[in-house]
Design a protein around this ligand. Structure first.
Ligand code: HEM
Ligand code: HEM
Length: 181
């Protein structure tokens, strides 16, 4: 895959802006922020919305007409932007930090930072996504979707395994924590 072209991606992103914002900072927490996410991860998600490996009724029609080049350009464009962290409420923050940095050895939840990095910035070469600054509602929804198997595009089921071991309180706490990273 050739590296995407940022300015071509910007031109192609007009249709996405209604939900994801002109610069990938979505105006509503109904839609994930894309700004600053790794191009490798974004590209994988777009390809998988198109193939149906990641099922989503809103995103499927959005990608249906996109070529591989379009998806690479869009991924490069959003990766070039910067996410604005949200205001963090203090509730559950301590538990969130504890899970994120140390996991829960009793239930077998690993430390999130092992893959998503101490600052939530992920690992582009491994397509491990950045989690920092993401809306709580989206992070919670993805953890629920992994836990119940609705989202099953994670390699080797690594996120399905982890999310299915988390309590509701842990999910809420870690989502709050990463929103402020
Ligand atoms: C998710 C890109 C248009 C609503 C996503 C994700 C990407 C993306 C990469 C996954 C984010 C992640 O995994 O962190 C795009 C692009 C668009 C576009 C490139 C234009 C071609 C739209 C529009 C809407 C929308 C117009 C609203 C009508 C959503 C929703 C999700 C999502 C609801 C979350 C899906 C889920 O819960 O799994 N989008 N998007 N997107 N997008 Fe878009
Ligand atoms: C994806 C959270 C631990 C590997 C995700 C996503 C979330 C998340 C919310 C979806 C991101 C998005 O849609 O934008 C967490 C939390 C963890 C944790 C809260 C700790 C409790 C780990 C660990 C690994 C890992 C330890 C590696 C062994 C991945 C990978 C994906 C992912 C590879 C991308 C899946 C795909 O390709 O679609 N994680 N994670 N995560 N996570 Fe984690």
């Amino acid at each position: 895959l050739a590296a995407g072209d940022v300015s071509a991606g910007k031109a192609k992103s007009a249709v996405c802006a209604a939900c994801h914002g002109a610069d990938g900072n979505s105006p509503s927490d109904m839609y994930p922020k894309l700004a600053g996410q790794h191009a490798s991860y974004l590209y994988k998600q777009l390809v998988e919305f198109k193939s149906g490996k990641r099922e989503n009724a809103i995103m499927a029609p959005m990608v249906a007409g996109l070529s591989e080049e379009d998806m690479a350009d869009l991924a490069a464009f959003y990766a070039s932007k910067e996410a604005t962290p949200g205001a963090v409420s203090e509730d559950l923050l301590e538990l969130g930090k504890q899970i994120y940095r140390g996991g829960n050895s009793e239930s077998g939840v690993p430390a999130c930072m092992a893959c998503h990095g101490p600052n939530g910035s992920g690992m582009p070469s491994a397509k491990w996504p950045k989690l920092s600054a993401q809306y709580r509602a989206y992070t919670e929804a993805q953890l629920h979707a992994f836990a119940n198997g609705e989202r099953h595009n994670d390699p080797n089921g690594m996120m399905r395994d982890i999310a299915s071991k988390m309590t509701e309180e842990e999910i809420k706490a870690v989502a709050a924590y990463v929103s402020g990273l």
